[in-house]
Each structure stands twice: as C-alpha cells, then as structure tokens.
Design a protein around this ligand. Structure first.
Ligand code: BG6
Length: 486
C-alpha cells in the first residue's frame, strides 16, 4: 500500500484535474481504504481559499457520479494560490509544511504538473528554488504529455528536469499505458507461450495498429493546430502500443527491464520512408446523420491550415524478430467510430491445399485482434470446414470480452495515480524513450509541411484510394480481414 503523502496538483482548477485526477484519486482512496493517508493540495492562479476549492472538488466528484464525498473534501482537500511566473514558491512551501504538521505526514510528496507544457520549465525551476525538490520523505514529479515539441525541445526539457530531479523521481504520463487492455499486452504476450512462440517474422505477415477517434478537435484548436496528429497521437500513444507489441521479453517484470526493451525496440526502427506516409485532414461531413464541421471550420483554426488530423504509415523494424514484417500505424479524428485495436495477421500456410488461388488463401489468414477500446477483448480468427459434402472453409472467431468476465475496468488515470503513489515507474515513459520516439518522427514532422495532405469527409475512414497503405475502409473495425500489399 502507498505510504501517507501529500498529493499536490499544479493546475488544480483545470479541466484535467476536475474530470480525471480528482475522481481517480478519490476512487483509489475509497477502494483501498486509504482516505486517511492522502491529502490533496490544489495549486492554481485562481483566487480560491480552501473552502471554495472544497466546493470545486465536491462538484467535480459529483459530476463524476461519486457520492459520500463531503467528509473527504472537508478534511483532506486544500488550496494554495500561486501567481503565474512566481520564481520562488514560499507561500506554497509554507502551506505544505502546515498541512504536513496538521496531518502528521512524513514529508512524502507528489507534484503533479497538470499544466500546458510551456509552463513546465518555470514551475520546475521555482519548485527547486523553493527547496521543494527535496523533502524529509520522497518527492515525485509527474509530467503530463506532451514532453517537448520535437527532439530538441524534448532534450532541453529532460536536461532541465534532470538539473533539479533525478530520473527515479520522474513520472511522464502517457495515459494509454494505464489502459487495462494496454497493460494486458505484456501479459497476453509473455504469459502465453502459445502466442509468443508465433510472434515473429517466421509466422507474422503484418501488424496493424489503429486508433480511430470519432470526435473532432472540439474547442482545442489553439493547442491542436500547433500540434497535429503526429505529435498528438502518433509520437506517444501509438508508439507506446507499437513498443509493447514488438519489444523483446524483459528479463524481469521490473520497470527498468521493461523500459530498456522498449527503448531497444524504438532504436531498431528503420528511418521512416516518407513515401509510405499518408496525411489527411477532415473536411465537412456527416456524423450521426448531422452535418459536422470540417477541421478548418472548427473554432479558431486559421484559414488554410495544413495541420493533419489523420496519419497512416509503415514502420519497419530492423531486428532478428521482425525483419521484413511491416507494422502499419494509423490514427485519425472524426472517423465513423471510436475504435483502438491491434491486428496481428499470420502468414498463410506454405501450401494452399484448400483454395484454388493463392489470393483466396491469403484472405483466410489467421488473425489475432486485440481490441483495446471500446468493447475490450480479443479475437482469434481461424478457418473451419463448413459441414457438408463439399470442402468449403469459413472463417470463424474465438472471442474473449472483458465485459463478460470482469467488473468495471479501472480508468487509466486511476491505475497511473496508484502506481505513482506506490513508486512504480513501469507504466511511465523514461527520458531516453521520449527522445527515441521524437528521433523517429522528427523527419516526418519536418516533411509534413510539403507532404500531400488529403481531405477526407468527417464521418469516413480517412483518405481513400491509392494513399491507403492497407484497406482499412473495409478494415478491422468491421471485423473483416484486411490485406497487406505484400
Ligand atoms: C489525448 C489526445 O492524448 O488522447 C487527444 O491529446 C485524444 O487528442 C486522446 O483525443 C485520446 O484518448 P482516448 O483515451 O480517448 O483514446
């Protein structure tokens, strides 16, 4: 169980705090009986006092559907106002000391920076200027994505953080790593010899990683237009999925062993072939029967913006396990459905005994489909002889759905916050991992400015025609077999 500590959120009045962090914290405490061990201190520039912030907390928890929260809010929630740009946080240091004395806390502290990335350097430096990077107990620093804007800025940020904290204290959040189904990838692969023994170039034909989102950019134009899909989704979430699907087995289930293998995989990826990259941007379209805006009509998106909202590309891994096996990654906004999944397609049998033509044999490939969200579960697709005299094969599926077997899946933030409290860094991104990932995508980001940008109608599966590396319009979302160009 986590030790007693003070959980300090910079950005304490923000959207992430009210929607995710507060409800997750509360649920952890409620479910694990830890409510007398953790005190929450929100930090922000709004002029709240403790009583007002407690009301804010009550409202946030109520909106998350949580009940009986009054006692916790009244006894264990505090607020400290900090002016933007303050270089020394003496008011915060005093407040922390007072709370720790009042609640007999041993000086263990989490500093969670739920802030826009441009605020990180200032806050990290001012924490250090105020001596808050050290404490009588442990101190942990949590950073929300994005970690930098490109390789150079990620290196600068890592250097700055390392000037004041050591890597063992740092928790870089990629919320995909907290999703139950993503965590299960390691168990699926390394606890099941049946699958892992086939997880290589001898057996696998191609791997498809798809994260389709039905939402557009909503009111996030200011952030999104400077970011785009490569920075927002590909460099982090999809790359993490790729690393977990393709990494070698770690020598132990230890944070460093696992993260070493992920970095090793990222370093083995060949420079991305720009001819294999397709970029798209959603135009106006129809969603749920209603006309919806195209990207350029959203909020404050500048006229003529070339920011991509869709990307698909091919990744090749130059190592013994994966040489020659294409990994197709694709993600886009304003698709017809929200769906994240990984499809592993196996090679057809060497001799095509049951089908006249080789193509048909390819259409009957075995498939493992890991459905990350929604309707979490997995499927194995295989051929069976249809009963009757003629020899006709039909593809059928074995299916496992979480909902049939387990209760509610915990929210990703609940998992990640609990790990931070316990000091387990397994599900957090290490400095060299962030840099390896930027190294991979920096050339794609640079080339994007002059790369063809294809418009796709909102409510469709992305750019059509020759630009699709795989037939994802007929793709795994509807449960059909997809074909690789090989
Ligand atoms: C965030 C991105 O990191 O992940 C968003 O900034 C995206 O643009 C979101 O919508 C997707 O997360 P999830 O958990 O809804 O798949």
């Amino acid at each position: 169980m986590p030790e007693p500590h003070l959980f300090i959120i910079h950005g304490g009045t923000g959207d992430l705090t009210s929607r995710k962090l507060m409800p997750s914290l509360y649920q952890i405490m409620d479910e694990s009986g830890m409510s007398d061990k953790v005190v929450l201190l929100g930090v922000g520039s709004k002029d709240y006092d403790d009583a007002e912030y407690r009301n804010f907390a009550r409202k946030a928890l109520g909106e998350a559907g949580l009940t009986n929260v009054d006692a916790w809010c009244d006894e264990r929630v505090y607020y400290q106002r900090v002016d933007r740009g303050e270089s020394t946080l003496s008011g915060l240091a005093d407040k922390i000391a007072a709370i720790e004395t009042a609640h007999h806390l041993p000086g263990n502290r989490v500093f969670y920076l739920a802030l826009p990335p441009m605020a990180f350097p200032g806050v990290i430096t001012s924490l250090s200027n105020s001596g808050l990077n050290q404490s009588p107990g442990w101190t942990r620093l949590v950073l929300e994505k994005p970690f930098g804007h490109d390789l150079g800025s990620a290196e600068d940020l890592n250097q700055l953080v390392h000037r004041h904290f050591n890597e063992r204290q740092i928790y870089r959040i990629d919320h995909y790593l907290g999703k139950e189904t993503v965590r299960n990838l390691l168990a699926f692969r390394f606890a099941n010899a049946l699958f892992e023994s086939s997880w290589n170039r001898d057996r696998v034909d191609a791997v498809e990683i798809t994260v389709a989102e039905s939402l557009g950019i909503g009111n996030r134009a200011a952030y999104y237009d400077n970011s785009g899909v490569i920075r927002d989704m590909l460099q982090n979430h999809l790359t993490q999925l790729l690393a977990l699907v393709a990494m070698e087995a770690p020598h132990s289930f230890d944070a460093e062993a696992i993260r070493d293998e992920k970095v090793s995989l990222l370093n083995a990826i060949r420079s991305i072939d720009l001819d294999e990259v397709t970029l798209g941007q959603y135009g106006p379209g129809v969603f749920d029967g209603e006309r919806v805006n195209g990207y350029r009509e959203e909020g404050s998106v500048p006229d003529g913006s070339r920011t991509p909202t869709y990307v698909s590309l091919k990744i090749e891994v130059d190592n013994w396990r994966w040489q020659g096996v294409p990994f197709y990654l694709r993600t886009g906004k304003r698709m017809p459905a929200k769906s994240s999944q990984i499809v592993v397609r196996f090679r057809p049998p060497p001799i095509c005994l049951f089908h006249g033509k080789r193509d048909e044999c390819v259409e009957h490939q075995n498939i493992i489909k890991l459905i990350l969200q929604p309707n979490e579960g997995f499927e194995v697709h295989f051929d069976v002889k249809s009963p009757g005299e003629t020899l006709k094969l039909t593809q059928k599926q074995l299916r496992f759905m979480y909902a049939d077997e387990f209760d509610r899946l915990p929210d990703a933030y609940q998992t990640l916050l609990f790990d931070i409290m316990q000091g387990d860094q397994t599900l957090f991104v290490r400095a060299d991992e962030v840099e390896a990932s930027w190294r991979l995508f920096d050339p794609v980001i640079e080339a994007a400015a002059d790369h063809p940008l294809h418009e796709y109608a909102a409510g469709t599966w992305g750019p059509e025609g020759r630009h699709m590396p795989i037939e994802w319009a007929a793709g795994p979302i509807r449960g059909e077999v997809t074909k690789s160009p090989r």
